[in-house]
Design a protein around this ligand. Structure first.
Ligand SMILES: C[S@@+](CC[C@H](N)C(=O)[O-])C[C@H]1O[C@@H](n2cnc3c(N)ncnc32)[C@H](O)[C@@H]1O
Length: 223
């Protein structure tokens, strides 16, 4: 789910180490391994609560639709939209999302649109996003994608965002992220390391994997 960008290997030993780390990372995320992707999505669904009756929800950068399906199943009278650019860098697709929703019995309460995170619009009761803002290439910064996401959190709405908010390569600083959220009208209720919420086995705590991943949960006041 997250690309590990290795240093340039200098020796065969470096190469073996990098290959092992990559294989282990894939194993940690996979359903047949440590199933971390599912556990992260479960955590986000928990953090999105309470979901009001008849809620309209949005997942920005929905990938395979897995989190959309979980949100829809957790709130049976909700409607959940997933948007993603589905570019070449990832193996996910709109068709895969629709098929997953059909298999899980939530096709009538979900919709998937090809749309950039830079261009999201509307007003939602719950907005979530998982490891996407730092990927958005059509804005100047990941902070821009975060601010765009906050704009579609309706009055009284909630948000739960997981991203590499602690990575200086993508965000100015955790305090800068806090300021951006508050400047966009969000009230922060929780802001902490993913590793504090879920045990992250080696090598997932590494800064090039999820070591910089922070979860921010909050709401937009009604007035
Ligand atoms: C690390 S994956 C995460 C996928 C999903 N959120 C999950 O947790 O399984 C990053 C996702 O961001 C999407 N993405 C990249 N750039 C995007 C953009 N400009 N707008 C919307 N989605 C984008 C990719 O297509 C990919 O699905």
């Amino acid at each position: 789910m997250v690309a590990v960008v290795p240093a340039v290997p200098r020796t065969a030993r470096d190469l073996r180490y990098i290959t092992t780390v990559l294989a282990l990372t894939v194993y940690r995320f996979a359903p047949r391994g440590d199933d971390l992707q599912r556990r992260i999505h479960d955590l986000i669904v928990t953090k999105a609560q309470p979901v009001p009756a008849g809620a309209r929800m949005l997942d920005i950068g929905c990938g395979s639709g897995s989190l959309v399906v979980k949100l829809a199943k957790a709130a049976p009278d909700s409607f959940v939209t997933g948007v993603d650019s589905w570019g070449r860098d990832w193996e996910y697709s709109q068709r895969q999302c629709a098929e997953n929703a059909r298999i899980e019995g939530v096709a009538d309460r979900t919709a998937f649109h090809q749309q950039s995170a830079a261009a999201v619009d509307g007003s939602f009761d719950v907005v979530v996003s998982c490891l996407t803002f730092h990927e958005v290439g059509d804005l100047e910064s990941a902070t821009g994608a975060l601010v765009a996401a906050l704009r579609v959190v309706g009055p009284g709405g909630r948000f739960a965002f997981l991203d590499l908010f602690g990575d200086p390569g993508h965000y100015p600083s955790p305090d800068g992220v806090r300021e951006a959220i508050e400047g966009a009208g969000g009230t922060i209720e929780e802001f902490g390391g993913l590793a504090d919420a879920l045990p992250l086995p080696f090598p997932l705590r590494h800064p090039k994997v999820l070591g910089h991943a922070l979860l921010v949960v909050g709401s937009r006041p009604r007035h």
